[in-house]
Design a protein around this ligand. Structure first.
Ligand SMILES: *Cc1c(COP(=O)(O)O)cnc(C)c1O
Length: 368
């Protein structure tokens, strides 16, 4: 393999496009004749101005974001948004409408319990988060501060295929693990956010796209850094931004445009996921995906080996170890749910999923 690069199935930080890494390498010591690295450059310098503005412009172009929205690059990960969202957007007496689909909605619920009112629109706890609900528009309250969901459940391997319509109540989505993996209509949302380290770039950058009226909703008594207003006014440079990370995100955005934008990327993602789900479904029960078929994620494929049998965990352990030995890395499921997981974000190559499917067939032959 070129550069001995592994086929990396990590859930995050995850694969970056090889051409992006090569460009970063080439520009690392001397960015476009400046004689310095982007890492070493003032975040208020001309060359960085351009990097910053281009990243925002390309994101706007890819998603067709109207000028009613601000595009922000923040820090603190998606996890900080679990607190920043209610701090800024909760209105006294208007409970938050929550769609609870797994671990990544459990975390924001925890934050809501620290003094905000919440109403459960749906909880998948009873069926172990094995599906995404079909939500009627009428399931949502017109009196909510906002409605909240997680578009792709990274750990449980489920993904929304259509989003509910919440009328005048702003819909907010954590899109950390499927952001820019397919087209979506930003106008349906009040705000979306995503940690970069799955589909967009290196860890340390969080993208927030937020409607301008919601930017203004937060109290100006909140800590300055916790207000969306601060970052909107300051062009995400109120303080030093994660400039190198934003630069790499910008290169990834250009790469997505080269792939035919979100429509092109979606086609590739469907094809990749198909390769793995086919290997699971054709195994006659040796491999089993616990997720309901029409809720399956194109980004995180989860499965077990002979679930319920006494060999299950031993086989899974052997699978991870033997796969790693042939260059298929990071296939262990999340510690909360066990089993196996292949994360195949935008930058994961088709060849990686084909190699894994091939390995799965061989492993089954040897062990059944
Ligand atoms: C990874 C992930 C997070 C956590 O992101 P951090 O940047 O580590 O805070 C939140 N939500 C989803 C859906 C994720 O996949």
């Amino acid at each position: 393999m070129k550069y001995q690069r592994a086929f990396n199935f990590s859930a995050g930080p995850a694969n970056l496009p090889e051409s992006v890494l090569e460009k970063v390498r080439d520009e690392l010591l001397n960015y476009k004749g400046t004689g310095m690295s982007v890492m070493e450059m003032s975040h208020r310098s001309k060359p960085y101005d351009e990097i910053h503005a281009n990243a925002i412009a390309n994101l706007r172009k890819l998603l067709g974001i109207s000028d009613q929205y601000e595009v922000l690059f923040l820090q603190g990960g998606a996890s900080l948004q679990f607190a920043m969202v209610p701090m800024n957007l909760y209105i006294q007496g208007k409970p938050v409408d929550m769609v609870h689909t797994g671990n990544w909605t459990e975390m924001p619920i925890k934050e809501l319990k620290k003094g905000f009112e919440m109403r459960s629109v749906y909880s998948g706890e009873v069926d172990k988060f094995a599906k995404i609900p079909t939500l009627l528009d009428s399931a949502f309250s017109p009196n909510a501060s906002y409605a909240y969901l997680c578009s792709n459940n990274t750990i449980e391997g489920t993904q929304f295929k259509v989003f509910p319509k919440t009328g005048s109540v702003p819909l907010i989505a954590d899109m950390s693990s499927d952001f820019l993996s397919k087209p979506f209509d930003m106008n349906q949302f009040g705000m979306v956010f995503a940690g970069a380290q799955k589909n967009l770039g290196p860890a340390g950058v969080t993208v927030v796209i937020i409607r301008k009226d919601l930017v203004e909703r937060g109290s100006d008594k909140l800590p300055t850094m916790m207000q969306y207003r601060t970052h909107a006014k300051g062009d995400s440079r109120y303080n030093t931004p994660p400039s190198f990370g934003i630069y790499v995100c910008g290169l990834v955005l250009e790469w997505i445009l080269e792939q035919g934008g979100l429509v092109g990327i979606e086609k590739q993602n469907e094809k990749k996921a198909q390769v793995l789900y086919t290997a699971i479904d054709e195994s006659q029960g040796f491999y089993h995906c616990p997720v309901e078929k029409n809720s399956r994620s194109l980004m995180n494929v989860v499965w077990r080996i002979k679930p319920g049998s006494p060999d299950c965990e031993k086989l899974e352990e052997a699978f991870v170890k033997e796969a790693k030995a042939v260059g298929l890395s990071e296939l262990k499921g999340h510690r909360l749910v066990g089993g196996l997981r292949a994360s195949i974000y935008n930058a994961h190559p088709l060849e990686g999923t084909q190699a894994l499917a091939e390995f799965m067939r061989g492993f089954m032959k040897k062990n059944s």
